[in-house]
Design a protein around this ligand. Structure first.
Ligand code: GCU
Length: 595
């Protein structure tokens, strides 16, 4: 690379970071575990202005001016529409069914400023760009539809009524993550909880409490306090195992320790969680944490030192029967219970960090998770800003979920084509992942393989950066059988475990007919396809998990077959209404046979 080009590249990186900062730097690092703190919910009906042509900035909507004299002229009004928060706008108003523009949200709330207390405004997620204003003052903005962000509002809060306004923009753009043509519905809006969190002047902002990699008894813990009184005594207690350890934070507010304990380790069958408290002389943060170790050894994935086989399923964060984002505890429980009913011990929360409620519930229900950031096909890897944005999303995903026993795999991408820029960005991402969390496995889902007759050759060199790799392979659907399923073989250039991270095909529930033609979209074809894939799995010596695409039929604007899809991706094992298709029973029997 010549000097000029290198200077250009570094020049572009600087621009990239400035643009990124313009979008998100003012959204601070959010605190860990908002639900275990002194939190007031701002969920409910918010007043909205749908800003079809992005006129809101020009009109000064963020200032929410009041008419005070006859000559005042205000050409917008919050008074004639509300939307539920959390929730996507698409499912709440037929005019917004396909809307991808801007909506201004407004919530007024009462507050009392308290001496020695700090107040934060916390968003679980907003898709895709959020610009936040309090009492007419811009707090900042955040980019990315699936991770939390927060702003400290201690000095902006007023006694009495406060005026909170959020502009949400849901457009898709080439240099966004995901980019333009993703195969799921672009649900826009404030799609997860919004909370006010009150803390003490110096509070416990972040912590990590997990088993040391490969250990069954040594807990490694660190804690970070935020506030002037940096050197703070923090007591970490795990009463059930008699731990009551006092940590003293240093001048940067940070302290770490390691503790030995005889623990009941978390497993999918016995998902043991321990009550944990972190307390200072001023506050207590409560948390439930499971302890387990996850490693790769040769071709095996070891949970607590024992080889496991991952019996998984993919699903989007969607309640298909209502054509909407999943937003509640009940929604999370429906999705997770459907996975348990199928005999799963593993889920892939495609293709983005799903709600913190769902991840915490997976801890309780005993489902291991492959969690990923939406680096999904069509990403502009040559654009310097992409690495910054992708690393920001990775950092936010890991920051939020690093204490969850259920999460065993961080995935950095899905179906990206081998290329110099892509390899450079994803190699950086894999390294960033390990430095953020050395305890979990790093993966990615590939769909570029080489076929030689009946042999599938896995040669995507990015696998060298991974602990385990996923293969998305639609044998019998997008790829037709070059030979009988039972004679198919797989070869890998890497001595690592493989997960079949996607496979399957479509059928419309209730369509019945012959099993020999994909064209009929019937259940019998899908059923046979599952039987054929299961036969093929038996010939993959380094296979350590399977994860069919997909649990429920789901909404997608890319699915245009009017008779059978009509805006639905029909690869569900369950119909959009939750009916079991014939393939569901094939997979259930296969998983039960693996007990
Ligand atoms: C891809 C992709 C999914 C998509 C699926 C399909 O593998 O990862 O997001 O929905 O294939 O084509 O149905």
């Amino acid at each position: 690379m010549n000097i000029r080009f290198r200077l250009q590249l570094s020049h572009l990186n600087i621009i990239a970071l400035l643009v990124l900062f313009n979008n998100s730097v003012s959204a601070q690092d959010f605190m860990t575990n908002p639900y275990g703190r002194n939190t007031a919910s701002l969920n409910g009906n918010w007043q909205v202005v749908v800003d079809w042509y992005n006129r809101g900035e020009h009109l000064g909507i963020a200032q929410d001016k009041k008419i005070t004299k006859p000559t005042d002229f205000i050409e917008y009004s919050f008074s004639n529409q509300t939307l539920k928060v959390p929730g996507d706008w698409n499912s709440q108003d037929p005019h917004l069914f396909m809307y991808e523009g801007s909506v201004w949200y407004k919530k007024e709330f009462n507050a009392t400023r308290k001496e020695g207390k700090r107040t934060f405004l916390y968003f679980g997620a907003v898709n895709y760009i959020a610009e936040v204003y309090l009492n007419g003052k811009k707090l900042g903005s955040h980019e990315g539809g699936f991770t939390p962000f927060q702003f400290e509002i201690t000095n902006t809060l007023k006694d009495g009524t406060n005026n909170l306004i959020v502009r949400v923009n849901g457009e898709r753009k080439e240099d966004y993550i995901p980019a333009m043509n993703y195969d799921w519905w672009n649900y826009g809006g404030i799609t997860r909880d919004v909370s006010l969190i009150e803390t003490t002047a110096t509070f416990i902002e972040d912590y990590f409490i997990q088993l040391k990699k490969g250990s069954a008894t040594e807990i490694e813990a660190w804690v970070k306090v935020n506030g002037d009184g940096k050197s703070k005594k923090v007591t970490l207690s795990i009463p059930a195992v008699g731990i009551n350890k006092i940590l003293e934070t240093d001048s940067s507010g940070y302290a770490k320790t390691s503790l030995n304990a005889s623990l009941q380790l978390w497993t999918p069958t016995v998902p043991k969680l321990y009550d944990i408290t972190l307390s200072t002389d001023e506050e207590t943060v409560k948390e439930k944490i499971g302890f387990r170790s996850i490693e790769v050894k040769g071709l095996d994935i070891l949970l607590n030192g024992k080889p496991i086989f991952l019996k998984g399923v993919n699903f989007h964060e969607e309640i298909s029967k209502d054509k909407r984002r999943a937003v509640s505890e009940a929604d999370a429980r429906q999705l997770l219970q459907s996975a348990k009913d199928l005999g799963c011990n593993f889920i892939r929360t495609a293709h983005y960090p799903q709600s913190e409620r769902l991840v915490k519930m997976a801890d309780e229900m005993g489902l291991m998770i492959w969690e990923e950031i939406p680096v999904w096909q069509g990403i502009q890897f040559g654009n310097p800003i992409i690495l910054a944005k992708a690393e920001n999303m990775l950092r936010e995903m890991i920051r939020r979920d690093k204490n969850r026993a259920s999460i065993i795999i961080w995935s950095i991408s899905n179906e990206t084509a081998p290329a110099a820029d892509r390899d450079r960005v994803l190699t950086n991402m894999a390294a960033a992942c390990r430095s953020l969390d050395p305890t979990r496995l790093v993966s990615s889902a590939f769909n570029h393989v080489k076929m030689e007759g009946n042999e599938t050759i896995i040669n995507d060199t990015l696998a060298r950066q991974l602990d385990v790799f996923g293969i998305n392979r639609y044998m019998g659907w997008y790829a037709h059988w070059p030979a009988k399923p039972g004679t198919m073989t797989f070869k890998s250039d890497f001595n690592k475990p493989m997960i079949m991270s996607e496979f399957g095909g479509e059928s419309k529930y209730g369509n019945h007919g012959s099993a020999d033609s994909a064209g009929l979209w019937n259940e019998e074809y899908q059923e046979q396809l599952y039987k054929d894939n299961i036969m093929m799995f038996k010939n993959i010596p380094f296979l350590r998990g399977v994860c069919p695409w997909v649990l429920y039929d789901f909404r997608s604007p890319t699915r245009l077959n009017a008779e059978n899809q009509d805006g639905w991706n029909r690869k569900g094992l369950l119909s959009d209404k939750g009916d079991k298709k014939k393939a569901w029973y094939v997979l259930k029997a296969f998983y039960d046979s693996l007990k």
